[in-house]
Design a protein around this ligand. Structure first.
Ligand code: ZN
Length: 321
């Protein structure tokens, strides 16, 4: 009677004395005991073996049980995120370096202009170079965020991260457009910025035109700045959603912290100049961590274990296709 019971019921896992490999987990043989729709076809997997496959579409049950983990997303989606993050990270680094160098060069030239006279033309060249470089790098960062925030075609369930994703997309475009308009007016406005020093006295009509261009310029730069601020918050909320799909609880916690810590560092740290720089470095390290996770998910997909879980036809793979 006892022998019969043992054959029917799943036995508790016991360590096998002859097998020393503790790293190899024993196969899980229990079944799904709650209503669980298949992540691909919504077939109810209740009663199916946890290590089996959906009888309807062949997707591994383990994949449904794992939810929307990043490592089960399509390789194209992960590659887009990784490349986008690379553009964002390097664009931000280059922008930070450029603004520091531009600031130093501007200050040095102003100093020279005051002490030795002249140097205004040189100052104009530096300003234009910084504005042009800054605009191009802003566009690189915008393109990066648009890649990072593409929609995951394979995601299931209700928490699709759509709101943060759309905030990221809209604000990226707004900050790009605002920056381009604001900086283009430096070159093509009625009185280009670099000419004001040389042209000197102009008629009242030219003054009105230059005032209009100044208003448009400052307005669009302000809009770009605001979009940049909203983009920052949107990017953290969206990155938190991605971090939860790794899953990396530490990065999720860090996201909550950075939502207020980085703005505080940026605003109040400005008094001691290095505040914004520290905030930028923390933000970059945070994005680096996320990118590392995405690359790790891609690397995992190349493993045989991953192919077994992800390919519905893995057991008879070569026969199909
Ligand atoms: Zn299915």
């Amino acid at each position: 009677m006892n022998d019969d019971d043992q054959t029917v019921q799943p036995r508790p896992v016991e360590p096998v004395p002859t097998a020393p490999a503790a790293s190899v987990p024993p196969p899980v043989v229990n079944v799904v005991d709650a209503d669980t729709p298949c992540i691909v076809c919504s077939y109810n997997l209740r009663g199916q073996r946890r290590n089996g496959r959906c009888p309807e579409c062949g997707t591994a049950v383990a994949r449904t049980l794992a939810g929307n983990l990043l490592r089960f997303a399509s390789a194209e989606y992960l590659q887009a995120i990784a490349r986008g993050l690379q553009l964002v990270i390097w664009g931000t680094i280059a922008k930070t370096v450029l603004s520091i160098m531009g600031g130093i060069a501007g200050a040095a030239l102003s100093f020279m202009a005051v002490t030795q006279g002249g140097g205004m033309a040189m100052q104009g060249v530096v300003m234009i170079g910084a504005a042009l470089g800054g605009t191009l790098l802003t566009l690189v960062v915008v393109a990066g965020w648009l890649m990072v925030s593409i929609e995951d075609p394979g995601i299931a369930g209700t928490n699709r991260g759509s709101r943060a994703r759309n905030v990221v997309r809209i604000c990226a475009v707004l900050s790009g457009v605002g920056t381009v308009i604001g900086n283009l007016l430096l070159f093509v406005g009625p009185t280009p910025m670099f000419a004001t020093g040389a042209a000197g006295g102009a008629g009242p009509a030219a003054t009105a035109l230059s005032l209009t261009s100044l208003l448009i310029m400052s307005g669009s730069q302000m809009a770009a700045g605001l979009a940049g601020i909203v983009l920052f918050f949107g990017s953290i909320v969206y990155a938190r959603w991605l971090a939860a799909r790794v899953p990396d609880p530490n990065l999720v916690r860090q996201s909550r912290l950075y939502l207020w810590l980085l703005p505080v560092l940026y605003v109040f740290g400005s008094c001691v100049i290095v505040g914004p720089l520290i905030a930028a470095i923390l933000y970059l390290i945070y994005l680096f961590t996320l990118q590392r996770h995405v690359l790790a998910a891609l690397a995992w997909q190349a493993s045989p274990q991953a192919r077994e879980i992800m390919d519905p036809t893995a057991s008879s793979s070569s026969a199909h296709v």
